[in-house]
Design a protein around this ligand. Structure first.
Ligand SMILES: Nc1ncnc2c1ncn2[C@@H]1O[C@H](COP(=O)(O)OP(=O)(O)O)[C@@H](O)[C@H]1O
Ligand SMILES: [Mg+2]
Length: 212
């Protein structure tokens, strides 16, 4: 399917169900990669049964087995092509994830949010996004659990990512608290991409910093 930050993600079938297998990077990264993928499985356990988060079938010898979610990555959608309903649903989904004690931390990366569309492609007019879009969040490889040092920091990074998305697609629907978050970015929001890289791959992140 594709190579990712941590390794590769490919389509497989598991007991007749369409799945994806997320395999950690090999070579010298095998150790840390395996540790990360075990941690990601732990996060999926906390989120079990939450609509909008793929089902996790656990770890196989090759990697993490997840239900394949239909839909396209949010990164493929242009400004305004995402509905207000989708953004409302995304806010609720993020609240649901936080209620389970998980901060995703990498929602700024639009490939980590998938858009499921119920309406038929041809029926949607340009500039009139389908009402039936709904979000799925993937990639909990850099997530934090409640009680961990940076949990609250990254919970706010998630809220800032959602506010930014709304500002991009449907700015007139921004709520007061979202405007506040956008007007008052914290150090973590400014540094969030670097921090996510640092969590996933400390050596590479530091190397990149040195090479700025
Ligand atoms: N459960 C899933 N269903 C469908 N697509 C998925 C699923 N999990 C991941 N993907 C796709 O694979 C891509 C890479 O997976 P991700 O977990 O984000 O890996 P990485 O940690 O390497 O970024 C995602 O951006 C998404 O497009
Ligand atoms: Mg990802």
């Amino acid at each position: 399917m594709r190579g990712g930050v941590q390794g590769s993600v490919r389509e497989v079938t598991h007991e007749g169900v369409a799945c994806v297998l997320k395999t950690p990077r090999g070579g010298m990264w095998a150790g840390p990669g395996r540790w990360m993928i075990r941690r990601e499985r732990r996060v999926y356990r906390e989120l079990e049964g939450l609509p909008g988060v793929p089902r996790c079938f656990g770890l196989t010898e090759e990697g993490l087995l997840l239900e394949a979610s239909p839909g396209r990555a949010l990164s493929e959608f242009r400004r305004g092509d995402i509905s207000v309903g989708f953004l409302d649903c995304l806010d609720s989904l993020i609240a649901g994830i936080h209620a389970r004690g998980v901060a995703h931390s990498d929602l700024k990366k639009r490939a980590n949010i998938l858009v499921r569309e119920k309406g038929r492609e041809g029926e949607r007019e340009k500039g009139n996004p389908g009402e039936e879009q709904s979000p799925v969040i993937v990639d909990f490889g850099a997530a934090f659990l409640k009680g961990e040092l940076l949990y609250e920091t990254f919970r706010r990074v998630d809220l800032a990512a959602a506010a930014k998305l709304r500002a991009h697609h449907q700015p007139e629907t921004l709520r007061t608290e979202q405007k506040y978050i956008l007007d008052h970015p914290t150090w973590a929001e400014r540094l969030s991409r670097f921090l996510v890289r640092a969590v996933r791959d400390p050596f590479r992140a530091i190397w990149k910093l040195e090479n700025l």
